[in-house]
Design a protein around this ligand. Structure first.
Ligand code: HEM
Length: 325
């Protein structure tokens, strides 16, 4: 049923999806159909992260990372396939766009099981539940005049104030000068388990070694596409590095709500360093999806109680099936 959505035309999709979702039971295909429809229904691209650059690199764990997780990726250096992207399903989106998240997908490979993260350049996601995401998209759908109704968007935002946090966070900060010049957050809370069976909850962040932002004037002077060239030049000088930092929540901190950031000052542990070394052909990243829910080895698990986590798996599969057809 999900796959059949790939053949629906965008107008029909918008009409059939106009009614609000009755309960938390949300069809991931309905969300993805709206993601495609709202970004112009481009063919052969992802429903989100449509414009991006495929990469290769290496993840090298910190000496004591195995004390937190028995995943093979925390025991020895492993090869990585990765992809930076702009949020949304428009492959022609300007790299200057604000408030849009930059994305970072990565597969840390190991024969015992890949470790995949698909993460964004903000500490929070835009919605707390799939039903809220569906409505967030529905209120942005164009009406009979071809434009979204600003009153509907306002009413939704007033009723769901947490859905404004991501845009507010991004609007308060300058646009990154480089895909490699900004930090990325996994936003979900993971559980790390070591060989003794000891579990630690962690919010995982990739912290850029070389942060770079653009002032408003610098941004104005840039063309719409500059990230890919900037990355080529940067990588010709040496790898772009990120530390994988686990932020450890304390009792009472939010661990199931991706619209809520952790309070400042929480303890951290550095689990390793990701070095992006070069550009790969798009085909290396496009043949499959980066699967953040299923592709987790023993020693790291996603949250069972965060409703935004599990639904990513069928949503990404719908998008893959549609862009592959
Ligand atoms: C209900 C929640 C979500 C839905 C329905 C959703 C949907 C999607 C879909 C359909 C794709 C395209 C996948 C493909 O064709 O391979 C995608 C890609 C992406 N998503 Fe999500 N997403 C969700 C949550 C998130 C969250 C929480 C994050 C970040 C923390 C995120 C970050 C990304 C990124 C970076 C990409 C680009 C991946 C790539 O380069 O291959 N998404 N998302």
């Amino acid at each position: 049923m999900i796959r059949s959505l790939s053949v629906l035309a965008s107008a029909a999709v918008l009409a059939s999806l106009a009614a609000p979702a009755p309960a938390e039971e949300v069809d991931p295909g309905a969300i993805v159909a709206l993601q495609f429809a709202l970004s112009g229904d481009h063919k052969g691209v992802r429903a989100s992260g449509a414009k991006g650059v495929c990469l290769k690199g290496t993840f090298t764990p910190a000496a004591d990372a195995a004390s937190l997780s028995k995943a093979p990726q925390f025991a020895k250096a492993v090869p990585v396939t990765a992809r930076f992207s702009m949020g949304g399903g428009n492959p022609k989106i300007s790299d200057k766009t604000k408030p849009t998240t930059r994305g970072f997908a990565m597969r840390m490979q190991d024969p015992a099981g890949d470790l995949t993260f698909v993460i964004i350049s903000a500490p929070v996601f835009s919605t707390r539940t799939p039903a809220q995401l569906l409505e967030f998209l529905q209120v942005r759908a164009p009406g009979p005049d071809g434009k979204p109704d600003p009153e509907k968007i306002k009413a939704f935002a007033a009723k769901n104030p947490e859905t404004g946090r991501q845009a507010a966070w991004l609007n308060a900060r300058p646009v990154p000068a480089s895909f490699a010049g900004t930090d990325y957050w996994a936003v979900h809370t993971y559980t790390l388990t070591n060989a003794k069976g000891e579990a630690t909850k962690a919010r995982l962040t990739f912290v850029a070694a070389d942060k770079a932002t653009l002032s408003d004037d610098e941004l104005k002077a840039k063309p719409d596409s500059f990230y890919a060239d900037e990355l080529k030049e940067r990588l010709a000088r040496g790898p772009a590095k990120f530390d994988l930092v686990a932020i450890l929540p304390e009792p009472g901190d939010p661990t199931t709500d991706v619209t809520a950031d952790l309070p400042e000052g929480r303890k951290t542990r550095t689990l390793g360093t990701l070095a992006i070394a070069g550009i790969e052909p798009d085909a290396t990243c496009d043949a499959a999806t980066f699967e953040p829910v299923v592709d987790l080895p023993e020693g790291i698990a996603g949250p069972a109680d965060d409703p935004m986590f599990a639904i990513r798996s069928p949503a990404y599969a719908v998008s893959l099936s549609r862009r592959s057809n």
